[in-house]
Design a binder for this molecule. Structure first.
Ligand code: SF4
Length: 465
């Protein structure tokens, strides 16, 4: 799970967004606030909530964390029993208030508001077509495209959605709200998570199931790839916008993004990480005295490594809980100093020890290098780095900010060379087969393998965005 430490260090992947929706529950906006708080790790740059009392749609949004943007006054300004919310990390479209969601569309055919997690890979092509025929975009976010497509179609609102969705390629989990209905949609490849739950007489929808617990909702199921769930006061119905579906959940949701208490497609994140750690220990044993994990997302995999290897699991780092957001865009020098400020190795634990250091992934390698230095400064005599996923070698086109090959250290170095660069005594990664053994085969592994689950034509269009 992405932490503020990762944000500060700038050497972890970022994802754009988490979405949350409430239908037919009192104080829907307040529940959405709590839900977004539980999804904060999915986006820390902007947050918004739209709600409706059946007469009008009201929206509040701003740049920053959920607790920074919202207060009692703002929440009181959001009436009704239906609400949707969004936390944003900006990749496509850049960071500005206009791009903070939910997007609100005022239309003579009826107002609606959209929250989107993912990345539409044929956005450039669609935007050019729409602009050429008169559409005016108010944001630079690809999420606005679905709004324009819906506006142009004819028929009832749900029919217009069903006609628009087949034109989109890529990764998307949408929650769309009108004054009296919610439409909850997942792309045909199932790349981004989206689940539903029951609360009293209403329904809750969330990018991650862990947010349900916080508001006392009972998990029902994941939204299926290609599914559109429509909730009105009279009914809840499910339709497929296409029958051509596959289940290719982003593997990085398990490896890094999601909270350990979330269940994705029936698999608990902590359990899956622990299993990957066990497989890693089987594949890549080490002669060592203790196993430690890089906080927070690698702790489960480190436990798994310790389970299988029999080497004792230890807490080797203490993390500062008070990380100021003034350092959001640090210089490299500040980052280096910041590692020490934000993360301390425990000399009493590591001194004189041969350490297995488990991390979930390596992007640029700079954090690994600094963390290993921290361990050695604290007295560790050897550090054997074990990574609970394969080397990252390809960009992501589905909403994760791996935008180019040149930012991936594993493109430049093989594991032996990388071990020298980060000054580890040894370095190994989980194999591709090990990852499938840990997570099952219904996953996208494109950033590890270069094999993408959508057509290359759309992806090439996206490269030129
Ligand atoms: S390419 Fe990687 S980060 Fe992107 S969706 Fe696939 S597994 Fe996730």
């Amino acid at each position: 799970m992405r932490s503020e430490l990762d944000y500060f260090l700038g050497d972890k992947l970022n994802e754009e967004c988490g979405v949350f929706g409430v239908f037919n529950v009192e104080e829907a906006a307040l529940l959405t606030y709590y839900g977004l708080h539980a999804l904060q790790h999915r986006g820390q740059e902007g947050v918004g909530i739209s709600s409706t009392d059946g007469k009008d749609i009201v929206r509040e949004k701003g740049e920053g964390l959920v607790t920074e943007v919202f207060n009692i006054e703002k929440l009181e300004h959001l009436p009704g029993q239906i609400a949707i919310g969004h936390v944003r990390y900006s990749t496509t479209g850049g960071q500005c208030i206009e791009n903070v969601q939910p997007i609100l569309i005022r239309s003579h055919t009826g107002d609606f508001t959209i929250a989107h997690n993912g990345n539409i890979v044929n956005a450039k092509e669609l935007k050019m077509q729409l602009e050429a025929t008169g559409s005016v975009f108010h944001t630079t976010s690809d999420s606005e495209i679905i709004g324009h497509l819906i506006q142009r179609e004819s028929g009832e609102f749900h029919e217009r959605i069903m006609k628009s969705l087949p034109r989109l390629e890529g990764a998307f989990s949408f929650i769309i709200m009108t004054k009296d209905a919610l439409f909850v949609i997942r792309d045909k490849n199932g790349l981004r998570p989206l689940s539903m739950a029951k609360l009293e007489d209403g329904y809750i929808f969330s990018s991650e199931s862990s947010a349900f617990e916080i508001i006392g909702a009972t998990f029902m199921r994941s939204i299926n790839p290609g599914e559109v769930v429509t909730v009105t006061k009279d009914s809840i119905t499910s339709k497929q916008y296409t029958e051509h579906t596959q289940n290719k959940m982003c593997a990085m949701e398990y490896v890094y993004f999601s909270r350990p208490d979330s269940n994705i497609n029936g698999l608990n994140v902590h359990v899956s990480r622990r299993k990957c750690g066990q497989i890693l220990a089987k594949e890549s044993p080490a002669e060592a005295d203790i196993v430690i994990g890089v906080p927070d997302s690698s702790l489960s995999a480190a436990m798994g490594y310790a389970d299988y290897s029999g080497i004792p699991y230890e807490i080797g780092f203490v993390k500062s809980r008070y990380i100021g957001r003034t350092f959001i865009k640090p210089t490299q020098k500040q980052r280096e100093r910041g590692v020490k400020m934000k993360l301390s190795a425990m000399p009493d634990v590591v001194k004189g020890k041969r350490v297995v250091l488990v991390d979930d992934s390596i992007v640029r390698g700079t954090t690994s290098k600094h963390i290993i230095q921290l361990l050695k400064d604290a007295g560790a005599i050897e550090v054997h780095m074990r990574v609970a996923s394969p080397p990252l070698v390809s960009p992501c086109f589905y909403g994760v900010d791996i935008s180019g090959y040149n930012e991936l250290i594993s493109v430049q170095y093989n594991p032996e060379e990388l071990a020298k660069f980060i000054k580890a005594e040894s370095l190994t990664f989980l194999s591709e087969e090990g990852m499938y053994e840990g997570l099952g085969t219904n996953i996208c592994m494109a950033c590890f393998t270069g094999k993408y689950p959508t057509s290359m034509f759309s992806l090439l269009e996206n490269i030129n965005k």
